[in-house]
Design a protein around this ligand. Structure first.
Ligand code: XLS
Ligand code: NI
Ligand code: NI
Length: 450
């Protein structure tokens, strides 16, 4: 231990219910062992701390240096890496989260060669596995940072340079071995620079084929070492590249199908990435859910007024409700293997140590509130009633006949050819969207008052 305590002024964050209106170091909605329907809150949510944002982030923005005040900033190199691990497990315990996520390079510094880098990584992983044993904290997922170092300027597995492709392969090999050692529930690939700036200098087809080949080599290696966690791809449309190959859920699913990998990989979906792709978070989750490829979630939000990936902690109750609606309808995330990872950082102006806690508290409470509301919406079949009603003409008559494949264009022509316009208008109904939104608002307010 470098320090006896990194957060001496903070005690375990309790659940205080909704008696006090002001935010304090307590949860208003997250009561981990309370059962909502079929599961405890903690098991619906599987909250996870993102090591990079919480312990590495200096809170820089594109125009300014870091502002973060952290209780381990006096350390350097491997000592700093170790102090961060110590601080992180104290943080997980006080906050009451069961999971965390990390990139290989967040937790240990690089050496001059991959061999040296791997040695540093192993030293920190030894430490992490000991803390895991004593605390019971688990790894939701780990991943490889293949975008920060200058060697990845043109991408990793989609790099135009074969030596860099080889390096990426070796790095992921170690990443999968690490996943096995820490018993990570998932292993994530976010293609930080897997994309391109311009077709004037890019062979897109060749790059995508390399990428497909890379993911199949990764799946083979996971199998070879008996790593049983779920492999996940994380879509994002842009940033840092102008065009990223895993643009959104639909594009990524299509990519996986093209390379025959759709039975092996699922998706890790992020709120801010959905917005950058021009979608809602709920849309992205629904696309993955419908394709049976919903793996895990990076729970953050963006700011539409800013327009880049700012990784805000979630605080939007409406969004969290609709996200949790999808999760409940999916009966959880990939049979409990997935979770809600706060891929989010404090604002640059929220630089105090206490803010590390407040940011997670608002995120956890927002999703806990969303879970409570969404469960009632599902239980009362509020949206199902509207939706089932809307499609009921497909349950019998011509609709049922269309769905069972008994009609063709000629028979449909027969059916409508002499129908007057007034009859066709009668066949439609209002979507009642405003009425549904009003109901949704009542559910949010009423549920959270209790
Ligand atoms: C970046 C991504 C990244 C991944 C992990 O925008 O969200 O943080 O989740 O590499
Ligand atoms: Ni992101
Ligand atoms: Ni992410």
């Amino acid at each position: 231990m470098y320090k006896k305590s990194y957060f001496p002024k903070i005690s375990k964050v309790p659940y205080s219910g909704i008696d006090s209106l002001k935010s304090s170091l307590a949860f208003h909605y997250y009561n981990p062992d309370e059962v909502i329907g079929t599961k405890k809150m903690r098991d619906w949510l599987n909250f996870s701390v993102a090591f990079w944002h919480t312990f590495d982030q200096q809170l820089v923005d594109p125009f300014g240096d870091g502002t973060a005040q952290r209780p381990y900033s006096m350390f350097k190199g491997l000592d700093l890496a170790k102090a961060r691990v110590e601080a992180s497990f104290e943080f997980f315990d006080k906050l009451g989260v069961d999971y965390f996520c990390f990139h290989d390079r967040d937790i240990a510094p690089e050496g001059d060669t991959l061999r040296e880098t791997n040695k540093n990584l192993d030293e920190i992983i030894d430490m992490i596995t000991k803390y895991q044993e004593s605390s019971g904290v688990k790894v939701l997922w780990n991943t490889a940072n293949m975008f920060s170092n200058a060697r990845f300027v043109g991408g990793a597995a989609s790099s135009p340079f074969a030596d860099i492709f080889a390096y990426a392969g070796a790095q992921v090999k170690k990443g999968l071995e690490t996943a096995k050692r820490v018993d990570a529930a998932n292993y994530v690939f976010w293609g930080g620079r897997e994309g391109y700036e311009s077709l004037l200098n890019t062979d897109m087809k060749r790059e995508q084929e390399h990428l497909g080949h890379f993911f199949s080599m990764a799946a083979d290696y996971a199998k070879e070492i008996n790593y049983e966690g779920q492999l996940l791809l994380e879509p994002k449309p842009k940033e840092p590249m102008t065009h990223q190959y895993d643009f959104d859920a639909a594009t990524t699913i299509n990519f996986l199908k093209t390379y025959g990998l759709d039975d092996i990989y699922k998706l890790n979906l992020e709120g801010n990435h959905a917005n950058l792709a021009g979608h809602t978070y709920q849309h992205e989750i629904r696309v993955a859910r419908d394709a049976k490829m919903l793996g895990s979630l990076d729970a953050n939000q963006g700011d539409k007024l800013i327009g880049w990936d700012i990784d805000e902690f979630p605080s939007n109750l409406y969004g969290a409700t609709l996200t949790m609606y999808e999760v409940i309808k999916n009966n959880g995330l990939n049979e409990g293997k997935g979770g809600l990872n706060f891929d989010a950082k404090p604002r640059r102006s929220s630089f105090e140590t206490n803010d590390m806690f407040y940011t997670h508290i608002v995120g956890m409470d927002t999703y806990a509130a969303g879970l409570r509301v969404a469960y009632r919406l599902v239980e009362d079949e509020v949206l199902d009633q509207f939706i089932n009603n809307r499609y009921q003409s497909f349950n019998s008559g011509i609709g049922a006949s269309i769905e069972s494949g008994n009609e063709n264009l000629a028979s449909l022509e027969q059916y409508v050819l002499d129908r007057p316009q007034s009859q066709l208008i009668e066949a439609t109904e209002s979507g009642h969207l405003e009425q549904i939104k009003d109901t949704l608002n009542h559910y949010i307010v009423d549920t959270l008052r209790k």
